[in-house]
Write a protein that binds this ligand. Sequence first.
Ligand SMILES: [Zn+2]
Length: 434
Amino acid sequence: MKYNLSKIQKFISKNVEFFLLFTLIVFAIFSTQIYNFNKKNTMRNFINLTNNIYFQKSLEHIFNNLQPKYKIIEHTISKGESFNSILNSYKISNKEVKKINTALSKIKYSKRLRVNQVIKFKIDQTGDKKIVYLLYPVSKTKKIEITRDLEKNIFSNRELITNLNKRIVFKEGKITHSLYKTATNLEIPINLIIEFARVYGFQVDFQRDIRKNDSFQILYEVFEDDSKKIFETGNIIFADLILRDQSNSLYYFKDKKSEGHYDISGKSIKKALMKTPINGARLSSSFGMRKHPIDGFTKMHRGTDFAAPKGTPIMASGDGVIVRAKWCGGGGNCIKIKHNSTYSTVYAHMHKFAPGMSPGRRVKQGQVIGYVGSTGKSTGPHLHYEVIENGKRINSQTLKLPSGKILKGKDRELFEINRIKLDVLKSELILGLK
Ligand SMILES: [Zn+2]
């Protein structure tokens, strides 16, 4: 045994290189076996993973995201192009083009394309290219927007109005029945008639100051599309209310701080209190009023009445605080506003108060405080309006209040230039030069 062991030792030490090589080979074969076994496992796992639906989905997602889901195209139309040829040039299938044309056929406008117009569309690039949004120009100011709900495969469309053209309109008329009737006959938009009455409501008593054959002129802005359809109205830039041959012209002026209407000498129309604290445009004819049982300011009747349809909005005559808003016997539903230490105003016979009107509430000039009615001792729907000066009821018709702002210096200079421009513009429009 001793011999054998020493013999092996001898053999190993003699063939050390061979022995090391042999161990290395055995180790290599063994580790390759392990490696192969692991590799097979890894492969199997990998195949399992790739077959996994969630993995497939996320992979698809990653690849799709290399190309964004949506592509927005803004195509400027050049000569000779048709809607179909444009879509085809973006590799949209004929089937899809057909669908879009069906959606477009529901629109009643001319679909004639004009050179240099821009067609905008959004394509869903996943799978077959699908148009999900289209902005189709039908005129310089009108576009049709088509949106598609891909899930329900429904197209919806709406008109978009852009780049409206501003135009200045001149109108004049003689008041034969009422300002409102003349103005509506002249097709002046209703909101501008109301604005006209509001602007003059500071200085004119719409019930008593306007007589038969008085007249007015008005210059106002309108915003219209190519077919001259009005979409919006702008400012009244000039107005004149000619009462018994006396001109009362007003000019719109805008400076950095404020905007509004000024008289010919640069005085703001705004006063601390209004002469007509009601929508003047809706007042009943002033001419019939003299036959109305309710008379003017007398010893017996210490207020001013405005006959108007039930529900006509009543405005706070000036900024102030409500000191009374309740039933007050003969006055029916009435409101009293304290404006300052000198002036208060009362509004009676209201059908109802505007929401939130109660003592302590601050109100702004022109804010609606209630609506015309015939509550209390009243013969018909009207507003009974009282102005109280130092505790005494005074005649609102003869009340002279200082005007608000007077333009001075640079502002006045700018106002004068603007005023001359407006006068020239008015003359040009009257003469048909513009
Ligand atoms: Zn009265």
